[in-house]
Design a protein around this ligand. Structure first.
Ligand code: SAM
Length: 346
C-alpha cells in the first residue's frame, strides 16, 4: 500500500505530525470548495433548477482551516466549488495561501479548478497572487455542443480565451478536464486529442461518476479508459508516460511524436483509492474523506463552538483516521451520497 514517497515520509522526523489514515495513507492534498454556486448548468452535473444549497465561510475561516491542515502535512491545495471564480476575494485568498509553507519549508502547490468562464480577466491576477496551476473544465471542443452541455450560450469563447490567457501568464501546466457521456460527447475524444496538440495543454478525460443532481448515472453511460485509449490510438498511436507520483489520479499518455498530453482519470473502470492522498473541505466547512462518503464531518461547527487549534487538530486527526478504504461504485448496495459533485467540490 505504501508508495516510495510514503515510505520516505514514514522515516522522516516530522512524520509523526503528518495526517495519516488507518490504512497507512498519508494525506497531503486538500480540495477546498469556496462556494457551491455555479454559473454553468452542465447537464451531467446539475438539474438546471437547483441553485446553491450550502453556506459559504469567510476567507479568514478557510484560511484558518488550511493553515491547520498545512501544519499537519498538507502540501497541495486546490480551490474549487461550485465555480470558485464567482467568489469575490479569491485572488486575495490565493495571495494568503501562497505565503504558507509545507512542513519541510517548501511553497504549497496551489491550483484552482474552474469552468474558465471568468478566466480571461482573472488568469493574470491569479498568477501574480501565486497560483501555480489551473484546471479548466471543458466538455466539448465544438462550440454548439459546448453550449448544449453547459446550457450557457456564450461560454465557449470565454473558456477558450481563458485557457489561452492562463497559458500566456505562465500557469503551468494548464489542464483541460472533459467528462465523457456515451451518446453525448464521445465524438469529441479525437477533437480533444487535436486540441491538446494545437493548444499545448494537458487534456484529461474523466470517467463519469454517480455524483450528479439528476440521478442519470448508469454503468452504460460511462466511456471507459480502454475505449478512450482505443479511439485516440485510431487517430494517432499513443504511448504511456510515467506517473509523477503514486497518488496521481490520471494515467498519462502522449502521441508517438511526443506532441500533446492526455490524462485519463478512471475512477469507475480502474479505481485508484489505494493511493488516495486527498480530503475535501466543503463550502460550509465540512470535511469529506471520500467523494462517496455518506457522512461529512462538521469542522466548522467545532470552530464555531470556540475550539482552539489543538482541539481542531484532534478533530481532524480523528476524522482522517477513519477515511474509507475505497469507493463502491457499480457494486451491489452502492449508495449515492446525498451531496452531488457541485456541492462537494470536485
Ligand atoms: N466549476 C468548476 C469546474 O467547472 O471545474 C469546479 C467544480 S466542478 C464540480 C469540478 C469538476 O467536476 C468538473 O471538471 C466537472 O466536469 C466534474 N464533474 C462534475 N460532475 C461529475 C461527475 N458526476 N463525474 C465526474 N466528474 C464530474
Amino acid at each position: 500500500m505504501f508508495s516510495n514517497r510514503q515510505s520516505q515520509l514514514a522515516q522522516s522526523p516530522i512524520s509523526l505530525m503528518r495526517l495519516c489514515d488507518k490504512h497507512g495513507r498519508y494525506i497531503t492534498d486538500v480540495r477546498v470548495a469556496i462556494t457551491d454556486r455555479c454559473n454553468y448548468k452542465c447537464v451531467y452535473c446539475r438539474t438546471g433548477n437547483d441553485g446553491a444549497q450550502y453556506a459559504e465561510l469567510s476567507f479568514a475561516e478557510y484560511l484558518r482551516i488550511v493553515r491547520l491542515l498545512v501544519s499537519l502535512g498538507i502540501e497541495k491545495v486546490r480551490i474549487t466549488g461550485g465555480e470558485p471564480l464567482l467568489r469575490r476575494g479569491v485572488v486575495e485568498f490565493v495571495r494568503e495561501l501562497a505565503k504558507l509553507q509545507t512542513l519541510d519549508g517548501r511553497k504549497l502547490d496551489l491550483a484552482i479548478t474552474t469552468n474558465g468562464h471568468l478566466l480571461p480577466e482573472m488568469a493574470e491576477p491569479l498568477a501574480q497572487a501565486g497560483l501555480n496551476r489551473i484546471t479548466v473544465s471543458m466538455d466539448a471542443v465544438d462550440p454548439q455542443k459546448f453550449a448544449r452541455i453547459t446550457r450557457v450560450s456564450n461560454g465557449h469563447e470565454n473558456v477558450l480565451a481563458g485557457i489561452r490567457a492562463a497559458k500566456r501568464v505562465g500557469l503551468d501546466p494548464v489542464k483541460v478536464n472533459c467528462v465523457l457521456l456515451r451518446g453525448f460527447n464521445e465524438d469529441q475524444i479525437v477533437e480533444f486529442g487535436k486540441f491538446s496538440r494545437d493548444e499545448g495543454v494537458v487534456v484529461r478525460f474523466i470517467e463519469f461518476m454517480p455524483l450528479e443532481e439528476d440521478r442519470v448515472w448508469s454503468p452504460g453511460i460511462v466511456v471507459t479508459l480502454d475505449e478512450i485509449v482505443a479511439k485516440l490510438s485510431e487517430f494517432k498511436p499513443l504511448k504511456p508516460l510515467p506517473q509523477h507520483t503514486a497518488s496521481e489520479t490520471a494515467r498519462r499518455y502522449t502521441f508517438d511524436d511526443g506532441v500533446g498530453e492526455i490524462g485519463i482519470i478512471a475512477p469507475v473502470s480502474h479505481p485508484f483509492c489505494g493511493h488516495c492522498s486527498r480530503i475535501r473541505i466543503t463550502s460550509d466547512g465540512k470535511i469529506r474523506t471520500c467523494l462517496f462518503s455518506l457522512f461529512d464531518h462538521d469542522l466548522y461547527g467545532v470552530m464555531k463552538r470556540g475550539a482552539d487549534d489543538d482541539d481542531l487538530i484532534r478533530f481532524v486527526r480523528g476524522v482522517v483516521e477513519k477515511k474509507e478504504a475505497r469507493h463502491h461504485i457499480g457494486e451491489p448496495g452502492f449508495i449515492q451520497p446525498s451531496r452531488s459533485m457541485v456541492h462537494i467540490g470536485g
